[in-house]
Design a binder for this molecule. Sequence first.
Ligand SMILES: [Zn+2]
Length: 108
Amino acid sequence: MLDMQAMRDRLETERQQVLEEIAELDRRLEVKPDYSLGAGDPAVYQWEFNLALRQQAQEKLEEIEDALRRLDEGRYGICEKCGGKIEWERLDLLPTTRFCATCAQSKS
Ligand SMILES: [Zn+2]
């Protein structure tokens, strides 16, 4: 049984965590390293690494917000490709997925 309220709570919690993660990364990214040291310098490497994490977190945030939007619009848990119901087990593992297991496998 798909408990929409529980799923919404879960997504909201995840959203909050990602927002905190982004805020923390933004703080670290404020101080730009000295690029004249070269890309191999640990400070430059760390900064680039944080930037990559920041981009990942941003993508995750967008996926979560997209899922919350689908919940609002009553489209959550419906496969965007075939219109069928997404397996509950799958949503439990991947709360932001937009496709059922069958459609996700046939990437076309
Ligand atoms: Zn499908």
